[in-house]
Design a protein around this ligand. Structure first.
Ligand SMILES: [Zn+2]
Length: 268
């Protein structure tokens, strides 16, 4: 038994070493899945969502959302290994105050959000933030964290020399379909998505100062009412708006440069 325990530990160690990466802001991440596996998961989740939720028939609003999403996603730097070749953008006819982006290149916006995100700059703030969760591989990270318990089993497989490593890991991914979409992001992930998202929107020529107004609107909207669904998956606190304000001097020059370079989106 002792011998087996040693090999088990060794397997776990090897797996951790293989899976340790660095996020775009220099944070250490445990990533157990390949970009392709996570993209596949995103695509499957999105197809399920499209079956469960009504797609909007409002052509004007759909065009507006797609215009903002296109301008933002065009600014994704090529350095991201998981950058999707193209994005599908769907407006759902649903009163939820919510939006999301999924690995593999899918963006979903609920029509309820359009009552809170007023104008193209505020919507760009949400989309930039959501897309940044994808680029920084936060779903992969969340799935990896939630599978750490199961990892023991995987590591045991490895240590015992069976070829079962990939099989249980992929089975775990199947279980994670809902997890990838619905589990709240962590505080560090939120901060990272805020920073990356502000840069993206600014580079696209959207006014990053409107991100402050957006999050203020979001906080205001649930005074005495149910909280926006977006806030249940994106934990926020009082210091967040302040943190975004402090980031503005860093991203305003990007915004000004984008405007000068002719990136002046007019999504209506
Ligand atoms: Zn978030």
């Amino acid at each position: 038994m002792k011998h087996k325990g040693f090999r088990f530990g060794l397997g776990l160690l090897l797996l951790s070493l293989a899976a340790c990466s660095t996020s775009p802001t220099g944070r250490r991440q445990l990533l157990l899945y390949s970009d392709n596996d996570v993209a596949q998961l995103g695509l499957t989740s999105f197809e399920q969502l499209k079956k469960q939720t009504k797609v909007s028939k409002n052509a004007k609003q759909t065009k507006f959302v797609q215009c903002v999403a296109k301008a933002v996603t065009e600014q994704i730097p090529a350095q991201y290994s998981n950058r999707p070749a193209q994005w599908e953008v769907v407006l759902f006819d649903d009163p939820q105050i919510n939006a999301f982006a999924l690995p593999g290149g899918r963006i979903g916006v609920y029509s309820g959000l359009l009552g809170i995100a007023k104008g193209q700059d505020q919507l760009a703030a949400v989309i930039g933030h959501e897309v940044s969760h994808v680029l920084a591989k936060h779903s992969n990270e969340r799935l990896s964290q939630s599978q750490v318990a199961n990892l023991g089993m995987v590591a045991a497989d490895m240590a015992l020399g069976s070829s079962g490593y990939r099989q249980p890991a992929m089975a775990a991914l199947g279980v994670g379909v809902q997890v990838g979409v619905l589990l709240p992001y962590g505080r560090e992930q939120e901060t990272e998505a805020d920073l990356l998202g502000l840069s993206l929107m600014a580079n696209a020529g959207f006014d990053p100062r409107q991100a402050v107004t957006l999050w203020q609107n979001m906080a205001q909207s649930h005074k005495g009412k149910q909280q926006p669904e977006l806030l249940s998956t994106h934990p926020s606190d009082g210091t967040r708006i302040q943190a975004i304000q402090q980031l503005l001097p860093r991203v305003m020059p990007l915004y000004q440069a984008a405007r000068q370079a002719g990136r002046q989106p007019k999504c209506q």
